[in-house]
Design a protein around this ligand. Structure first.
Ligand code: NDP
Length: 334
């Protein structure tokens, strides 16, 4: 393939410090303003995650310095790679590793990154597919893999998914259902019952019907849990997980704290499994993306995905923080 002409400038959504406040604005910058990294990428799509909502609104201290381009996910094609790992035109995916937090991320037409952070696009997939999964779907896959590695099997009982109508929750339901698990979806939006059932949930419970932690050990209900919510929801789910069950703990949408006891760990052999998609080692990353390409039903993924433009990100960011964004949002950056 002929060497492409490298661009002189790129367009990005930048979060800047403006007096006492942080705000987001679109800027056109010289390509030399991109951060360090061997690989120059032409970004085609990014996505919207809860963390992006925090970054764009300035609601959380997600951005380690300013100005910064948010966007913790991106997919596109390689324009040049000084490490020699990739060839111009290769389709790649990048999630985590601090992009959109400590280094400029995906809300831009171009990005620079380390070659070791990238994953090749699985055969037969494209950038929009990758970003309809994004960090949220990738985290859902890591959560399901963690439960399976802990020995949780479909014949052992129901799997509870909390924050079910969100990005991680929606993809987790689709993946668990495709793997033969029976899924209970916990949601604050019971009006989304039809959506959650279409993804594969058998039972829907309202957020306020979740078992609360009244006693150290509650009635045994779940063989496994994918928890996107944290706080009291996680404490209740943990106390009601069955003997030798496991919880994949990935989110904080409902709270950071975990007030509980060690009894489920030492009297029921329950496992609390931490999920960190940002630093996930490269071999597991590649395995997760391959499995997503193989196992995530295309129709279910399409049902959870909406596509929006980069210019819409500032208005979408507060909506995801308010729990008003259903499923996954792909951002077309062009
Ligand atoms: P979304 O905003 O798409 O989904 C979060 C869901 O949590 C909402 O849809 C809602 O579900 C539920 N929720 C929101 N607010 C509350 C509340 N106050 N109390 C209880 N439930 C609430 O976010 P994502 O799916 O992208 O992310 C989910 C969580 O996982 C976030 O905390 C995020 O930071 C975290 N995360 C962690 C990763 C990791 O590597 N560990 C990677 C990706 C995400 P419903 O409408 O069904 O009630």
């Amino acid at each position: 393939m002929p060497t492409p002409t490298l661009p002189d400038t790129f367009r990005a959504l930048r979060v800047i410090q403006d007096g006492e406040t942080r705000r987001a604005e679109f800027q056109t910058l010289p390509i030399s303003e991109l951060p360090e990294g061997e690989v120059l990428i032409e970004v085609s799509h990014s996505s919207l995650n809860y963390k992006d909502g925090l970054a764009v609104t300035g609601a959380g201290q997600v951005l380690k310095r300013l100005p910064m381009t948010p966007g913790i996910d991106l997919a596109g094609t390689v324009l040049e790679d000084r490490s020699g790992t990739y060839t111009s035109g290769d389709a790649i995916i990048l999630t985590g590793w601090g992009i959109g937090e400590a280094q400029d991320g995906g809300y831009a037409t171009h990005a620079r990154a380390r070659a070791g952070w990238l994953v090749r696009q699985p055969t037969g997939t494209d950038a929009a597919w990758a970003m309809s999964i994004g960090t949220a779907g990738f985290t859902a896959m890591l959560s399901v893999m963690a439960l399976e590695d802990a020995g949780v099997r479909p014949d052992q009982g129901d799997i509870l998914v909390t924050g079910a109508a969100g990005g991680v929750g929606s993809v987790a339901i689709a993946l668990l259902s495709a793997a033969g698990f029976t899924v209970t979806a916990s949601t604050g939006r019971t009006e989304e019952e039809a959506y959650l059932r279409a993804l594969g949930a058998s039972t829907i419970i309202g957020r306020d019907e979740m078992p609360s932690l009244k006693r150290p050990l509650e009635k045994e209900r779940w063989a496994g849990v994918v928890d996107c919510v944290g706080g009291e929801t996680l404490a209740g789910a943990y106390a009601s997980t069955r003997t030798h069950g496991a919880l994949a703990v990935c989110g904080i949408a409902g709270g950071l704290e975990l007030h509980t006891t060690v009894f489920p760990l030492i009297l029921r052999g329950v496992s609390l499994l931490g999920i960190d998609s940002v630093t996930c080692p490269q071999p597991r990353r590649e395995a997760a993306w391959q499995r997503l390409a193989r196992d995530l039903p295309a129709a279910k993924l399409a049902a959870v995905t909406g596509i929006r433009g980069l210019s819409e990100v500032p208005e979408l960011a507060p909506q995801i923080l308010a729990g008003k964004v259903r499923g996954r949002t792909v951002i077309d950056v062009n």
